[in-house]
Write a new protein. Structure first.
Length: 130
């Protein structure tokens, strides 16, 4: 699963990843098959991990151009010793990345027909589970 997050090695017969991150997310969800849910509608742990891995991989790919743009601006601010601008750009990047993750999570929930509230409940359950 970790190799998927960072685009690691794939079997020789695997099809190349779609250039469009949203379509690649859908293909990844379809390739996994049915996502098992508990009686309360939350995802089983292994399916939750796969779901998050697919979202993080594709949201990261979609965010890469914006990240590169912000990194150039942050480097310029760092070289100019403009800490205020650097912090502003850092925060902007964090906000944009979170928006991206939320957007892809919403799209993925719609794609596999998982209620967003059940997904949030899944996250809460696994975060609180020791």
């Amino acid at each position: 699963m970790l190799s998927y997050l960072w685009g690691g090695s794939k079997p020789a017969d695997a099809a190349p990843e779609n250039d469009n991150p949203e379509l690649a997310m859908r293909e990844g969800m379809d390739a996994h098959g049915d996502f098992a849910t508990k009686v309360d509608g939350t995802l089983e742990y292994q399916d939750f991990l796969v779901f998050r891995a697919i979202i993080n991989r594709q949201a990261g790919r979609a965010f890469a151009p914006k990240r590169a743009e912000l990194n150039e601006k942050k480097l310029a601010a760092f070289n100019a010793k403009n800490q205020q601008e650097y912090v502003k750009l850092f925060r902007e990047g964090q906000v944009e990345y979170q928006k991206n993750i939320v957007g892809y999570t919403r799209k993925a929930c719609e794609w596999i027909e998982l209620d967003a509230n059940n997904y949030q409940l899944t996250v809460r359950q696994y975060m609180e589970d020791e």
